[in-house]
Design a protein around this ligand. Structure first.
Ligand SMILES: [Ca+2]
Length: 121
């Protein structure tokens, strides 16, 4: 069986880590492992960004509830308007509270799952 060669300027030349002109099975395995780790790192970064985003949304939801309550207690907003908007305000508070509680529930759930998966190893 003839020895295989890479074409000139091949995109796989960098796989020859020790630069001896031979790409061994080991070097290919290392390259594959590096690729997997890189992919894993990117997935973790995306997950991290998503969690930051969700945390921010929960804070905004909680902050807006507090802000609305405080705003309604000030003399700038008259009681008539609050009465007129009571339907909207009910829905608003329930949905904002739902965002916060789902965030907390999901955080606790995923934390519990992570703890269990660590224990089982
Ligand atoms: Ca080599």
């Amino acid at each position: 069986m003839t020895e295989k060669k890479l074409q000139k300027g091949s995109q796989y030349e960098h796989l020859d880590i020790d630069n001896n002109g031979i790409i061994t099975d080991g070097e290919m395995a290392i390259a594959q492992k590096m690729e997997q780790l890189q992919h894993q790192r990117e997935m973790n970064q995306n997950l991290d960004k998503m969690q930051d985003q969700q945390r921010m949304m929960a804070w905004v939801a909680m902050g807006s509830m507090v802000l609305f309550v405080v705003a309604m207690m000030t003399p700038f907003i008259d009681v008539d308007r609050v009465n007129q908007l009571s339907g909207f305000l009910n829905t608003f508070f329930v949905s904002q509270a739902a965002v916060v509680s789902v965030f907390m529930g999901a955080t606790a759930y995923s934390k519990r799952n992570n703890d269990l998966s660590v224990q089982s190893k």
